[in-house]
Design a protein around this ligand. Structure first.
Ligand code: ACM
Ligand code: ZN
Length: 496
């Protein structure tokens, strides 16, 4: 099958004007598998979209039998006469186009032959919109930036103790009573304040949520960029905001007493089923993230409903209540054709063999998961927590949660470390996480994301050809784009 369609030459020319450089200079991030510059330029001004080759042609085609190309990969040939882009699938054509955008200069597109394939199928970024809410337009900006680096999974952290962020028709009080708070500043509210949520119509209430229409717009915008949006609904911990609206779902039956669902209460399980039913209607993603991190069992140990549930289900330890709840939710998702992802705590106790583990407390969760045959995604704090400081000179940086994660450390991540080839197949890919306790504005988020996100992208796309010195040279092209787009990015590695 042949498919010819238009490449956005307008976009190519836009970035081209920002940049003059010698032919053959490798400036691509993430690094392609193979690239040979052959000399000269294709002049974009003369580009025409044609069925048959002639001077100035741009031809894109899907060819399922193309050798050397894998899903999402592409082959690109730019000559003085024209551009040929071939891929197995539409995602591959899209990524070829992204490469053309980066290659473009004021003189045109340098003549080059590229064969490019991703190393991992999962290349993600997580954004916490609970601790601080970010409106739709900022999410679009993030999705645009993801597309530039060929990232393909947006983990949308929609529910946590900062506020509930998605309209659910069956539980309207979640957004009416659990999405706004008294203080914009996290420390003022969480550490020094009363941690109370306020009704939506309270004067000066701070927070927000996405309507269903807004969620549909985000999912559609992402899909146009071959990005899957993976929603996360935290369960059974980190759910204080839920109990401000529905206190009967926690063990004490009173708001502000704990952040964990009462797993012994059938209404908690019904809540999860009903919320997920609406979530599944909005998000067509293969994966649904159900959280599962940092869930204490103290309340469950004392609660008569939880104790009764343990007895009825033959559970020996309170921790197994979490496994029970997770397995139940997984069954619900699987019956609807979806797959469950949980933070690595879901490995404690008995995890089902079909759950995918997101390893954040170091790589050990990913290693353990892969050794027992579970799929895993690597997002360890040591390399992937973009809410950490970028230099040791923290006094000169915006307040952050702590830690120290320079670009180099992101780049160092090796998701296959300590794994045999048989275990390596269980690693789906990598993800950077942006928690937002201390990130209240989008320019601040950009500062934390850029350029570290590009280093993570290179791990995900180009693990087998990583080269930090080369990356440092190539990433300069991105700095010029950030300048042209007016982004607020961290300049440390650019020597500024
Ligand atoms: C996490 O950082 N608590 C997953
Ligand atoms: Zn309970």
């Amino acid at each position: 099958m042949k498919l010819i369609f238009a490449i956005s030459i307008v976009a190519l020319s836009f970035f081209g004007t920002a940049c003059r450089r010698s032919v053959g200079e490798m400036i691509l991030v993430p690094m392609p598998q193979e690239a040979t510059f052959t000399g000269g330029y294709f002049e974009t001004d003369s580009a025409r979209f044609v069925e048959r080759a002639g001077d100035g042609y741009v031809a894109c085609r899907i060819d399922p039998s193309a050798p050397e190309i894998r899903p999402e990969g592409y082959r690109l040939k730019v000559t003085r006469r024209g551009i040929d882009l071939t891929a197995l699938d539409s995602a591959g054509l899209f990524y070829g186009r992204q490469t053309l955008c980066l290659l473009a200069t004021a003189q045109g597109i340098p003549c080059v032959e590229i064969i490019d394939n991703p190393c991992f199928g999962y290349r993600g970024i997580h954004l916490d919109v609970s601790r601080h809410f970010f409106p739709v337009e900022t999410i679009f900006r993030l999705l645009d930036e993801m597309a530039r680096y060929k990232l393909n999974k947006f983990h949308f952290h929609l529910a946590d103790n900062g506020g509930w962020r998605i309209r659910i028709d069956a539980y309207p009080l979640l957004t009416r009573l659990g999405a706004f708070r008294t203080e914009s500043d996290w420390l003022e509210w969480w550490s020094y304040g009363d941690r109370h949520y306020v009704p939506e119509d309270t004067p000066g209430a701070y927070g927000g949520y996405y309507t269903k229409e807004e969620i549909r717009r985000i999912v559609a915008y992402a899909a146009e960029r071959f990005i899957e949006v993976i929603p996360e609904i935290e369960f059974p911990g980190h759910s204080d905001e839920v109990f401000a609206a529905y206190p009967e779902l926690c063990c004490s039956g009173r708001a502000y007493t704990s952040g964990e669902f009462c797993v012994g209460n059938p209404l908690s399980l019904k809540f999860m089923d009903e919320v997920l039913t609406e979530v599944l209607e909005l998000f067509p993603s293969k994966y649904i993230h159900i959280g599962g991190d940092e869930c204490p069992t103290v309340m469950w140990e004392k609660c008569p409903h939880c104790k009764a549930r343990m007895k009825a289900e033959g559970l020996r330890r309170p921790r197994q209540l979490q496994n029970y709840a997770t397995a139940r939710v997984e069954k619900f998702l699987n019956a609807r054709g979806r797959r469950l992802i949980g933070w690595d705590e879901i490995l404690e106790g008995d995890v089902t063999p079909t759950a995918t583990i997101m390893s954040w407390r170091g790589a050990k969760g990913g290693i353990e998961a892969a050794r027992q045959g579970n799929h895993a995604i690597l997002a360890p704090t040591t390399n992937c927590y973009l809410d950490y400081y970028q230099t040791r000179d923290t006094a000169r940086e915006p307040l952050a949660i702590g830690g120290y994660l320079p670009v180099e450390k992101v780049y160092e991540l090796d998701p296959y470390e300590q794994l045999t080839p048989a275990e390596q197949v269980c690693i789906l890919g990598v993800q950077a996480n942006l928690w937002t306790e201390y990130i209240a504005t989008w320019p601040h988020a950009e500062y934390m994301l850029l350029p570290r996100l590009s280093a993570l992208a290179e791990v995900g796309w180009s693990l087998d050809r990583k080269d930090y010195a080369g990356y440092l040279h190539r990433v300069r092209r991105l700095a010029r784009i950030y300048d042209a787009c007016g982004y607020n990015y961290a300049r440390h590695i650019f020597g500024e």
